[in-house]
Design a protein around this ligand. Structure first.
Ligand SMILES: Cc1ncc(COP(=O)(O)OP(=O)(O)O)c(N)n1
Ligand SMILES: Cc1nc(C(=O)O)sc1CCOP(=O)(O)O
Ligand SMILES: [Mg+2]
Length: 596
């Protein structure tokens, strides 16, 4: 075990003054590496871990690396885990008792802010932004507001001692990486927060100096300005005022130009925060939205074209929370701000047309989902009835495009389509998938992609079909989310059981008969199919060598979860796909009549 101690983190560079082993002895490498700027202890830990994997340390010391004060970094299986331990005094070390390798560190932001009943801003926006950015968000509520898209109807401030109690509950038990503040409605609450942060220091403090709601309602009066200036801002790693707030912090100076914003950023920096982001969204007569970032040395302008939308409620909270979330993940300040800006722009753009509430300022959709107006109907096992699987070689042989093949199969009555295009290049495959999807959507026929989850994601296809040697279904499920259709090829009851556990929607089972379409494919026969069907908790589609002559035999197996047949050559290695599909559909319909 190796400890990095007396780490210095400055705005210029970061340094490990001393490396020692677990007995407190100096490590026999007289080297104190100079890193690039580390924004935080966790970033420092990351840099240390990188150093350890370089050739400077040979033989490599045993990990973990313990960083004073109070963060241990463990690298295992390419994952960094940070564990908070008791703060240590310089040169005194204790082995972290809570180093449990099986536990994964979750980046954590604590937001200290007001509740917005309309959920566009405040605590609710903070939770959504952190969730969208993959960060855990705990909350200390400073005020409860009655608020909607028309404005703020009421504010109920939480008593100071109860804010203190919430802070103690969170900070003493589940130390966050970063604290982000929003509405702090009284001087007492500001002081309570500063006191708590002195008692329980965190890696970074992000201050969104909320004063007036977007609808013009005062959320924190001028009386708190002194406590902001004297106590909170000097502790902040970044403060993110809009023009009105920046002006208020500076005693009411008018801010009308980008030059004014730069001067304001510098003047606010002089109050004490390490970084300042002055947001220029309200800048008069400006076409672009320009924010000015100042880190005490350099100015950076973030310029983006304005997104014309009424749904801007909560942008400030969202931006600050996202900066906090990125810092919690270990980003440096400048990249945290860049990512946060990009995220807010994306959210604004996705949410620009959503309609929630009758007022003039709507909320955003932090999870970027509401914009998608594709109403995907849930997967219905009956879709498997006549499952048409395309084949690039057959399309080529008959001089058809993928799109023409799909159109023809749908015209003939196929109930689900799979694009199995093994020989097509990615770009062409994606374009074909998008074109096929349009046609499938019009006809209400689900479109699945064989093997290629990247193409399925990029085209927003309805799902994928994967085999035993493709990406594991549980990984595909994690990537595709809960709604998309996943089919898995299964030849045995064990495969079927695993597909069910992994979150598949159906299984394809075969080869029922020998096939020339798939090389070296094991034939399991009707008996094998029946065995799989009987054991499967998922609906089954039969595949392999199925056509007009044997489809009835398959369907007459009489197992209720066998829902249909998947066919390649009997449809696509023919002159007229539509005719063949129609004929097979009739055969299948006949078989169900006979069975009933
Ligand atoms: C419906 C259906 N069932 C089985 C398969 C075969 O999938 P897989 O085993 O991954 O083989 P390839 O199709 O990728 O060669 C399928 N495609 N569709
Ligand atoms: C793609 C595929 N998978 C199979 C399996 O057994 O999992 S058989 C097969 C090919 C099916 O083509 P045809 O309908 O032309 O026989
Ligand atoms: Mg496959």
């Amino acid at each position: 075990m190796l400890y990095a101690t007396n780490c210095r983190i400055s705005s210029e560079e970061s340094q490990v003054i001393r490396w020692v082993d677990s007995h407190g002895q100096k490590y026999p490498y007289p080297w104190t590496p100079h890193f690039p700027k580390a924004s935080s202890i966790s970033h420092m830990a990351h840099l240390c871990s990188q150093v350890l994997s370089t050739s400077f340390f040979t033989p490599k010391p045993q990990i973990p690396v313990l960083l004073s004060p109070g963060v241990a970094c463990i690298k295992s299986f390419h994952q960094y885990r940070f564990l908070h331990i008791k703060a240590m005094q310089e040169d005194k070390f204790s082995t972290p008792t809570s180093c449990d390798e099986s536990k994964v560190r979750v980046p954590h932001v604590l937001t200290v802010a007001g509740s917005d009943s309309g959920a566009g801003a405040g605590i609710q926006a903070d939770i959504k932004a952190c969730a969208a950015r993959g960060v855990y968000c705990s909350t200390v509520i400073t005020a409860v507001t009655a608020q909607n898209t028309a404005g703020v109807q009421g504010v109920n401030v939480v008593p100071e001692d109860f804010v203190a109690e919430q802070l103690r509950s969170v900070l003493s038990d589940m130390p966050p990486n970063v604290v982000k503040t929003g509405m702090l409605p009284s001087t007492g609450i500001v002081k309570t927060l500063c006191q708590s942060l002195k008692e329980f220091p965190v890696q970074a403090l992000v201050v969104d100096p909320v004063m007036v709601s977007t609808s013009g309602h005062t959320l924190a009066g001028p009386s708190i300005l002194d406590s902001f200036r004297e106590e909170l801002l000097p502790m902040a790693d970044i403060v993110t005022p809009n023009l009105k707030e920046a002006s208020a912090l500076l005693g009411g100076v008018p801010l009308e130009t980008i030059a004014d914003m730069r001067s304001a950023a510098k003047a606010i920096h002089d109050i004490g925060p390490r970084n300042v982001l002055v947001k220029g969204g309200d800048l008069p007569a400006s076409l672009d939205a320009v924010d000015v970032f100042y880190d005490g040395n350099d100015f950076y302008e973030f310029r983006s074209s304005r997104i014309m939308t009424p749904n801007t409620h909560g942008t400030g909270c969202t931006l600050a929370s996202t900066v906090a979330a990125e810092l919690a993940k270990g980003s440096q300040m400048l990249s945290a701000v860049k990512v946060a800006k990009r995220y807010v722009e994306a959210v604004l753009s996705y949410s620009k047309n959503i309609a929630i509430g009758g007022g003039c300022q709507g909320p955003m959709d932090h999870l970027l989902k509401l914009k998608s107006n594709v109403q995907r109907r849930p997967f219905d096992p009956c879709d498997l009835f006549l499952y048409a699987v395309t084949d690039s070689r057959m399309n080529k042989k008959w001089g058809r495009s993928i799109v023409d093949a799909v159109k023809a199969a749908i015209e003939g009555g196929a109930s689900i389509i799979q694009l199995r295009e093994k020989e097509v290049e990615t770009g062409g495959f994606l374009e074909a998938a998008k074109a096929c999807l349009k046609i499938c959507r019009v006809h209400g026929v689900p479109l699945l992609i064989n093997d290629r989850i990247d193409v399925a994601l990029a085209s927003d296809a309805d799902g994928i079909h994967i085999g035993q040697s493709d990406m594991p279904a549980h990984v595909a499920r994690a990537l595709l989310g809960p709604d998309k259709i996943i089919g898995v090829s299964c030849k045995t009851p064990e495969h079927a059981q695993q597909a069910w556990i992994d979150g598949a929607d159906y299984i394809g089972s075969g080869g029922v008969y020998p096939t020339n379409t798939k090389e070296n494919n094991k034939t399991i026969g009707l008996d094998g199919l029946k065995t799989v069907c009987v054991s499967s908790k998922l609906p089954v589609v039969a595949i392999g060598g199925i056509g007009m002559s044997n489809a009835q035999a398959v369907m007459r197996l009489g197992v209720p979860n066998l829902k249909g047949v998947a066919v390649v050559s009997a449809l696509f290695d023919r002159e007229c796909v539509t005719t063949e599909t129609r004929k097979l559909l009739e055969v299948l319909k006949e078989s169900t009549k006979i069975a009933n």
